[in-house]
Design a protein around this ligand. Sequence first.
Ligand SMILES: *Cc1c(COP(=O)(O)O)cnc(C)c1O
Ligand SMILES: [Zn+2]
Length: 445
Amino acid sequence: MAYDCWLQCVRDCSGRFPVTDVIYRCPACGGLLEVQHDMAALSERSGEQWRALFDGRTRTNDWPYGSGVWGKKEWVLPLVDDEHIVSMYEGHTNLFWARRLGAEVGVEDLWVKLCGNSHTGSFKDLGMTVLVSVVNQMIASGSPVRALACASTGDTSAALAAYGAAAGIPTIVFLPKNKVSDAQLIQPIANGALVLALDTDFDGCMALVREVTKDKSLYLANSMNSLRIEGQKTVGIEIVQQFDWQVPDWIVIPVGNLGNISALGKGFLMMRELGLIDRLPKLVAAQAEQANPFYRSFQRGFEKLEPMHAGETIATAIQIGNPVSYEKAVQVMSRFEGCVEQASEDEIADASARADLTGMYACPHTGVALAALFKLINRGVVRPQDRVVVISTAHGLKFSTFKTAYHRDALSGIKASRQNPPVELAADAQAVRHTIQRFLDGQSQ
Ligand SMILES: *Cc1c(COP(=O)(O)O)cnc(C)c1O
Ligand SMILES: [Zn+2]
C-alpha cells in the first residue's frame, strides 16, 4: 500500500503541495513547510504491527529496507519509488552503555548514540538520503533541477556531496572560509562538489545560498528543506527500537540550526500517535554559550528569536546565530518536558576529554551535550536512576585537529586539565622503564 504525504505550512495555513515541488516556504505566510503524513491510513496498522514490521527489516540486506531510514519508509517518504532511492545503509548506529562515564558522573544508566558512525561521519546522512532520493526521482520524471546546493558548517556539505555523487547529481556547497575542520573540507572536495569557501560565517553562507537558489534549477538542500527532517526523525525511533521499544527518560542533543531537535521530536510524536510508545522522553537541547540564541530564547519563555552574531566556538558545526528551524523547534519543546542548556568553551573541551578517557572519541558537539548533562546532574534535574541517552552527532575523527590542539594545551582561552601529550624519550630501556613506572604510579593515585 502506498501511503500519501504532502508539504504543508507549520503555521497551519491550508495549502498542500506535492513533496516534489521546488518550494521551501509557505507562499501564503513565509513560514517553514513540513511533510505531513496520512495518519488515518497509517493508523490502520497497530503499534504492535509497526514495531514488528520495523524489527523485521532491521539490518537485513533487503534493499532499501535494510537502511535504518528506509526500513521506516512508510513513515519517512512513502512516495519515492525504490528504484530512485539513493542509500548507503544509513542508521543502525551503535547505542552503547557508557558505563564508566556514567558511574563517574552519577548516572548509571547513561547511553551514547553514536550517529557519527555513519557513511560521512555525522547524523546528516539520515536526512540527506531522503532529500537526494526525492530529487533523483524528480529528475527522472523530467524536472529541470540541475544541481543540489547547501550552506554548511561542514557536515551537511559532506553528506550532500557524497549522496549527490552517488546519484550522479552535481552539488555546490557554500562553506564559511576557515571555519570547518580539514576533514570536513576535504570530504566534498573528494566527492567532486563545487566547493565555495566564502569570506563570511555560516549565517552569511545561508543567506547567499537562499538568494542563489531562487533559481529553481538549483535545489536547496539545507534543513529548512523539510525532506531532511523526515529522515532525521528516525534517530529517535531507532533509539527506542534499540531499547526493545522502551522510552528513555532523557535525550540530550547538541543543536545549532535546530533541524535535528525538530526531527527528534517529530519522530517521537509520531510513535506515540501511532501507538508504538505511550510516553515521551524529556528533551535537552544543548548549545555552546558562544552561539546560544535558542538558549536565550528559552530563558524568556520562547517569547521570540533574537538572531545574534555567533562567536567562535570549538563546536563549529553549531556556530549558528540565526537558526532556520526555530519555529519548529519551539513547537517541539512546547510538547515535551525538558529544557535548553548551554556550555562554555572550557566545559565543552573538558567534557569531550573526560568522555575520551572512558573510551570514547567525542566530537566537540558531543562535548556540548555531555557538558549540559553534567550540569543538569549537578543541579539534581537529571536524577541518578534516570535512563539518559546522549546523541553524539559526529565522529570524533573529523575533529582530530581540535583534539590535537587540546592535548598540546594550544586552544586559546581553554585550560587543558586532562592533557595527555606524547612523551619524547631517548631509545633507552632504563628511561622507558622509569617513564612507565611514573605513569602507573600516576594511574593508581
Ligand atoms: C548539524 C550538526 C548539529 C546540529 O544540528 P542542527 O540540525 O543544525 O541543529 C550538531 N552536531 C553536528 C556534528 C552537526 O553536524
Ligand atoms: Zn503559512
